[in-house]
Write a protein that binds this ligand. Structure first.
Ligand code: THU
Length: 134
């Protein structure tokens, strides 16, 4: 994975990610995650992690954002910002990497925390040889 600490995430996505971070539903882990992505059509979609009393049914923030995008009819994205109050900033879990790969294998992933620490990688760098049919 490439680490480019000085690379700056897009300001609108950063603000959108922190805004939805506030809406994370995390009574079990208390670990908030916010995600905001830009679709190929230029629309910004947000997602937060939404947990469940049946723990395995919780939904990650990145997947919530992808669901919002795809539900609105968009089918590709170019960049996503993922924010956490963690050091180093969290990187998407394995399942999220595959979900991101479906709609944006070339997309840029910015991982950011409260201190402004940024890690940057493409989806393909995070998930080499991601699964696709055919
Ligand atoms: N989580 C995400 O939202 N994205 C990830 O990529 C990894 C983990 C969430 C799931 C759970 O609600 C909390 O973080 C702690 O694992």
């Amino acid at each position: 994975m490439t680490a480019k600490p000085n690379e700056t995430p897009p300001e609108d996505l950063l603000q959108a990610a922190w805004a939805v971070w506030e809406n994370a539903y995390v009574p079990y882990s208390t670990y908030r995650v916010g995600a905001a992505l830009r679709s190929e059509s230029g629309t910004v979609y947000q997602g937060a992690n939404i947990e469940n009393a049946s723990y395995g049914l919780g939904r990650c923030a990145e997947q919530s954002a992808i669901q919002a995008m795809a539900s609105a009819g968009d089918r590709g994205f170019t960049e996503i910002v993922v924010v956490t109050d963690d050091t180093p900033p969290a990187s998407p879990c394995g399942a999220c990497r595959q979900v991101l790969h479906e709609f944006g294998p070339q997309a840029t992933v910015y991982m950011v925390n409260r201190e402004g620490v940024v890690r940057v990688a493409s989806v393909e760098e995070l998930l080499p040889l991601g699964f696709s049919l055919g």
